[in-house]
Design a protein around this ligand. Structure first.
Ligand SMILES: [Zn+2]
Length: 120
Protein backbone atom coordinates (compact mmCIF):
# COMPACT_ATOMS: atom_id res chain seq x y z
CA UNK A 1 0.00 0.00 0.00
CA UNK A 2 1.31 3.45 -0.82
CA UNK A 3 0.61 6.67 1.02
CA UNK A 4 -1.52 9.56 -0.12
CA UNK A 5 0.70 12.53 -1.07
CA UNK A 6 -1.73 14.93 0.60
CA UNK A 7 -2.81 13.37 3.86
CA UNK A 8 -0.25 10.54 4.24
CA UNK A 9 -3.02 8.06 4.83
CA UNK A 10 -3.25 4.80 2.95
CA UNK A 11 -3.92 5.53 -0.69
CA UNK A 12 -4.20 2.06 -2.14
CA UNK A 13 -2.04 0.02 -4.44
CA UNK A 14 -0.06 2.20 -6.89
CA UNK A 15 -2.17 5.24 -6.05
CA UNK A 16 -0.77 8.67 -5.15
CA UNK A 17 -3.90 10.05 -3.59
CA UNK A 18 -6.55 8.51 -1.39
CA UNK A 19 -10.20 8.53 -2.42
CA UNK A 20 -11.06 11.59 -0.32
CA UNK A 21 -8.15 13.74 -1.50
CA UNK A 22 -8.94 12.73 -5.08
CA UNK A 23 -12.50 13.82 -4.44
CA UNK A 24 -11.27 17.19 -3.11
CA UNK A 25 -8.98 17.71 -6.13
CA UNK A 26 -11.94 17.07 -8.39
CA UNK A 27 -14.03 19.58 -6.44
CA UNK A 28 -11.33 22.25 -6.90
CA UNK A 29 -11.20 21.53 -10.62
CA UNK A 30 -14.97 21.68 -10.91
CA UNK A 31 -14.99 25.18 -9.36
CA UNK A 32 -13.12 26.57 -12.36
CA UNK A 33 -10.86 29.62 -12.29
CA UNK A 34 -13.03 31.99 -10.28
CA UNK A 35 -13.92 31.07 -6.74
CA UNK A 36 -13.47 32.61 -3.34
CA UNK A 37 -11.77 30.83 -0.49
CA UNK A 38 -15.14 30.67 1.25
CA UNK A 39 -16.74 28.96 -1.75
CA UNK A 40 -13.88 26.50 -1.86
CA UNK A 41 -14.23 25.65 1.84
CA UNK A 42 -17.99 25.24 1.51
CA UNK A 43 -17.51 22.91 -1.45
CA UNK A 44 -14.84 20.87 0.34
CA UNK A 45 -16.91 20.61 3.51
CA UNK A 46 -19.71 19.12 1.42
CA UNK A 47 -17.34 16.28 0.49
CA UNK A 48 -16.85 13.16 2.59
CA UNK A 49 -13.57 14.46 4.08
CA UNK A 50 -13.39 15.63 7.70
CA UNK A 51 -12.49 19.25 8.53
CA UNK A 52 -9.12 18.11 9.82
CA UNK A 53 -8.42 16.31 6.58
CA UNK A 54 -9.49 19.32 4.52
CA UNK A 55 -7.03 21.54 6.40
CA UNK A 56 -4.24 19.02 5.93
CA UNK A 57 -5.09 18.72 2.25
CA UNK A 58 -4.95 22.52 1.77
CA UNK A 59 -1.66 22.90 3.65
CA UNK A 60 0.30 20.03 2.16
CA UNK A 61 2.96 20.97 -0.36
CA UNK A 62 2.66 17.74 -2.33
CA UNK A 63 4.69 18.85 -5.35
CA UNK A 64 7.22 21.20 -3.71
CA UNK A 65 5.60 24.20 -5.41
CA UNK A 66 3.56 25.57 -2.57
CA UNK A 67 0.48 24.09 -0.96
CA UNK A 68 -3.01 24.35 -2.44
CA UNK A 69 -3.65 27.20 -0.01
CA UNK A 70 -0.50 28.98 -1.32
CA UNK A 71 -1.68 28.53 -4.89
CA UNK A 72 -5.06 30.01 -4.07
CA UNK A 73 -3.50 32.91 -2.13
CA UNK A 74 -1.18 33.69 -5.07
CA UNK A 75 -4.04 33.62 -7.54
CA UNK A 76 -6.22 35.87 -5.40
CA UNK A 77 -3.36 38.33 -4.83
CA UNK A 78 -2.83 38.62 -8.58
CA UNK A 79 -6.54 39.05 -9.24
CA UNK A 80 -6.86 41.76 -6.62
CA UNK A 81 -3.84 43.65 -7.96
CA UNK A 82 -5.15 43.32 -11.48
CA UNK A 83 -8.48 44.77 -10.40
CA UNK A 84 -6.62 47.77 -9.00
CA UNK A 85 -4.60 48.13 -12.19
CA UNK A 86 -1.33 46.91 -10.75
CA UNK A 87 0.96 44.30 -12.11
CA UNK A 88 2.05 41.48 -9.86
CA UNK A 89 3.58 38.14 -10.45
CA UNK A 90 2.79 36.50 -7.15
CA UNK A 91 3.47 32.80 -7.39
CA UNK A 92 2.65 29.95 -5.02
CA UNK A 93 6.38 29.62 -4.34
CA UNK A 94 6.57 33.27 -3.24
CA UNK A 95 3.56 32.86 -0.98
CA UNK A 96 5.23 29.83 0.53
CA UNK A 97 8.48 31.75 1.09
CA UNK A 98 6.66 34.70 2.67
CA UNK A 99 4.64 32.38 4.88
CA UNK A 100 7.76 30.56 6.05
CA UNK A 101 9.65 33.82 6.69
CA UNK A 102 6.75 35.15 8.73
CA UNK A 103 6.78 32.03 10.82
CA UNK A 104 10.49 32.45 11.55
CA UNK A 105 10.41 36.25 11.84
CA UNK A 106 7.03 37.49 13.02
CA UNK A 107 6.13 40.99 11.88
CA UNK A 108 6.73 43.58 14.64
CA UNK A 109 3.05 43.94 15.53
CA UNK A 110 2.88 40.26 16.34
CA UNK A 111 5.66 40.47 18.90
CA UNK A 112 4.59 40.11 22.50
CA UNK A 113 5.22 42.77 25.15
CA UNK A 114 4.00 46.29 25.90
CA UNK A 115 6.93 48.21 24.50
CA UNK A 116 7.00 47.99 20.75
CA UNK A 117 8.83 50.72 18.86
CA UNK A 118 7.03 49.77 15.69
CA UNK A 119 3.59 50.27 17.14
CA UNK A 120 2.16 53.76 17.03
ZN1 LIG B 1 -5.42 11.72 1.12
Amino acid sequence: MSQCIYCQEKAGFLKKTCAQCKEMLEIIQSLGAQFSFRELLDALMASSASNEKIQKFLDTDAHGQGSIRDNITARMTNQLAHTMGQHTDMSPQKVKTIRELEKKNPTPNDLPGDINPYRR
